[in-house]
Design a protein around this ligand. Structure first.
Ligand SMILES: [Zn+2]
Length: 757
């Protein structure tokens, strides 16, 4: 359910094989010279196998009918995937879970005053697009996990509906108390919009796609172009996933048949007010009926109206009623057993469920995964014996709430803690640049993989293409210099929005999320028009980027599965964390200065709330004076981490020198066991404030941004919320997690030093 085009790290190299394959040996991190040579051979064989034609035919089949959770074709696809994995020679099975997934029974949005208008809440079929007419099987347009409700109230336009928009409204003297808000998509993950609206006293929430962000202002609309047409609607979940994802009734445990369940009325992640999404065709009459202040400049969309804020005189009737029965999930899990370390797992996943036909989201990411699995089957027949077990997963129920991955990770948490080496995720794939997010202990590893994959468009490596883009996109000279000179391209930190979340942020498995993108336009996200016709007309039409993704992720999985020593690298992580620490320290200073300055202005009566002096303006309340925070524990922890990372790196270089025979000693197994615990050491048992399910102290989705990442989340969000005592506690908790991680690295360094001696 990725929201939009990912920001950036392009790495790619779809092998035009021999011309591109590096010929050196002994240069693979964690391999002896001898094992590296064998590895290079197997990888080259692997990269020749994934076929664009196979991917096209898989996509045609998997997206042929709507396949949301609980639909007949969702189960049918799972069984088809199971049969494919088995036909490739993999050991495969379906694991089921029973989860709360509401589907709509009644929906209404009507303008009842000053004029009448009934929203159609319906996406029409498009001639020439055969699957767009499968209305009987399509899930209606709605936001899953909206509470049932029937409200009539004045309407207020709240821009993107993020906290800053409500501060602006307050300064305009507009309250949403007792109102229905209408917010546009973008600016935050959608689930944040009803959450913040309810916190401000609204009784209902409508979310629409404005053509400024997602429609004709971006380009030609479907079917003439790829962008969202007038009646296109973005479905999607509005569950409060920053609290916890997965089944709302079984937080922290797998939703098995006999799991203990909360009553629906007590599930904390269901919205507090009813929500429905609408098209810009349906939104225009509602917005046009608003009066009150003209919307601030940057709030105005691309509809041919004067955007006003309200409240009223537009009055709107909003009704949502759902079927709240449990539905069954079908996770398809396939294995290639490890030959020497079967109890060490490398896990790779992409979801198979969609909101409707879902050719782009998620099938474009799933079909490379299938080709990777097929290629492994071939290699095993040719004699390849991966050292570790490879686990391939096609998750169900990602769209509603990361259901299939979360329930599976919760059900298998104990095993994952001891066995998992890494989790590699994808979720959709497009043309363009390789984007990578993940654990920074895998930053160097994935950069190395990307240097070995050829970009289909430029024939450069996907790494080189990414680097050129990073140089071009850098916002200043320092950024350009870094993109040119740093050995590795930085990978993004992960927030949420796909199936990696339970692995990284709940269980503590080192994680990567990968995909190509950035070249195409998209306006069919979560609509009936995300289908085979659209994808093969406007996106990766020849599936060459599908092949590049299979080559990239498949190579990464093989390398992680075969390395003598798991190729984590910690100096890059230490440098990144020290950057995050500087950021939160700067944020604390700036926040304190801002409070002091504003309080001074309020005291002197010179405060101006808005930039435009013509706007009506109500001065805000005074903030309590800010405290100076003591960051010494965090700084000390970062120093300790940096020293341990450097020590590990020195020991590693020594052990890998001269053919690296030390890496193949039997004692290396104990070292690998220590390494597997290193990411998990970054978790705190009690989790983040008010959301204990999220335990990672370095990466989390923002409580008020949704998918968007907050790094050092405990500290950063406490400062953002101006909660100074919580910031103190969180500095201590983060320092403690870093110290535990540092201990693990020092233990690993010691084991490595002994190996090399
Ligand atoms: Zn998806």
């Amino acid at each position: 359910m990725r929201l939009t085009v990912r920001p950036t790290l392009a790495l790619g190299l779809g092998i035009g094989l021999l011309a591109f394959a590096p010929t050196s040996t002994g240069d693979l991190r964690g391999f002896t010279a001898e094992s590296a040579k064998a590895q290079r051979d197997w990888e080259a064989k692997f990269r020749a196998i994934p076929s664009p034609d196979s991917m096209r035919s898989y996509m045609r089949r998997l997206s042929a009918r709507p396949h949301h959770v609980g639909s007949p074709y969702d189960k049918d696809n799972a069984e088809w995937l199971l049969a494919r994995f088995k036909s490739f020679g993999l050991d495969a099975r379906i694991e089921t879970f029973d989860v709360l997934f509401p589907t709509p029974k009644e929906r209404a949005v009507e303008l009842v005053a000053p004029t009448r208008f009934v929203a159609k809440l319906q996406e029409p079929p498009i001639p020439g697009d055969p699957t767009s007419s499968q209305q009987a099987e399509q899930l209606p347009t709605y936001n899953a996990y909206s509470i049932d409700g029937d409200v009539t109230a004045p309407l207020v336009y709240v821009n993107y509906g993020v906290p800053a928009d409500y501060e602006r409204l307050e300064r305009l003297g507009v309250s949403v108390k007792g109102a229905i808000v209408i917010a546009r998509y973008f600016g935050s993950w959608r689930g944040i919009k009803p959450k913040v609206a309810a916190e401000h006293g609204a009784v209902g929430c409508i979310i629409y796609s404005d053509p400024r962000d997602d429609g004709y202002a971006q380009g030609e609309v479907y079917p003439q172009g790829p962008w969202r047409p007038k009646d296109g609607v973005q479905r999607g979940s509005v569950m409060d996933m920053p609290v916890y994802p997965g089944d709302p009734l079984t937080p922290g445990v797998g939703a098995t048949k006999d799991a203990k369940r909360l009553p629906v009325s007590e599930a904390p992640t269901i919205t507090k007010i009813p929500v429905l999404p609408i098209s810009y065709g349906d939104a225009q009459p509602l917005l046009a009926a608003l009066r009150g202040p003209v919307a601030p400049q940057e709030w105005r969309g691309a509809l041919g109206i004067t955007y006003r804020v309200g409240p009223g005189p537009a009055r709107v009737h909003l009704k949502v009623k759902s079927d709240w029965s449990l539905k069954t999930l079908y996770d398809v899990i396939a294995r290639v057993p490890g030959a020497t370390a079967p109890d060490e797992w490398v896990i790779r996943g992409n979801h198979h469920d969609a909101w409707v036909n879902g050719a782009e989201d998620p099938i474009s990411g799933l079909v490379p995964l299938l080709e990777e699995a097929r290629a492994y089957g071939e290699l095993v027949k040719q004699g390849w014996k991966p050292r570790r077990t490879i686990v391939y997963a096609a998750w169900d129920g990602e769209e509603p709430a990361l259901l299939g991955s979360t329930e599976w990770a919760e059900a298998h948490a104990d095993e994952l803690v001891t066995k998992a080496v890494a989790y590699l995720n994808s979720d959709t794939n497009n043309r363009g640049y390789l984007d990578v997010g993940g654990s920074h202990s895998l930053e160097q590893f994935i950069n190395d993989v990307a240097r070995d994959i050829q970009d289909p468009e430029t024939k450069l490596s996907v790494w080189k293409r990414a680097q050129l883009r990073a140089i071009a996109d850098a916002s200043d000279a320092d950024g350009r210099k870094e993109a040119r000179e740093r050995a590795n391209l930085r990978i993004d930190a992960l927030g949420s929005g796909s199936d990696f979340t339970p692995f990284l942020q709940h269980v503590g498995v080192a994680t990567l999320n990968l995909g190509f993108g950035g070249e195409g336009g998209g306006g069919i996200y979560h609509s009936i028009y995300d289908d085979f016709k659209w994808y093969t007309t406007f996106d990766d039409t020849s599936f060459v980027y599908g092949r590049a993704l299979a080559q990239t992720v498949g190579t990464a999985v093989m390398r992680l599965a075969d390395a003598d020593i798991v190729p984590y690298q910690f100096t890059g992580f230490a440098e990144t964390v020290s950057k995050y620490a500087k950021e939160v320290e700067k944020l604390a200073t700036e926040t304190r200065d801002k409070i002091d300055e504003r309080n001074r202005q309020l005291d002197e009566g010179v405060f101006t709330a808005t930039a435009d002096p013509r706007e009506p303006s109500v001065p805000p309340a005074r903030d309590p004076a800010a405290r100076r925070l003591n960051f010494a524990p965090l700084d000390d922890a970062v120093d300790g981490l940096t020293r341990a990372a450097e020590r590990y790196e020195r020991a590693f270089a020594k052990a890998q020198a001269d053919g690296g025979a030390a890496l193949a000693k039997p004692e290396a197994q104990a070292l690998n066991a220590t390494l597997r615990q290193s990411e998990g050491a970054l978790l705190s048992a009690s989790g983040l404030p008010r959301r204990p399910w999220y335990r990672h102290q370095i990466y989390a989705p923002g409580f008020y941004t949704g998918y968007g990442v907050k790094t050092l989340p405990g500290v950063r969000e406490a400062i953002e919320q101006k909660n100074w005592s919580e910031a103190d506690q969180q500095i201590a908790a983060t320092a403690q997690a870093l110290a535990a991680h540092t201990n693990a690295i020092n233990r690993a360094a010691e084991q490595l030093e002994k190996l090399g001696s």
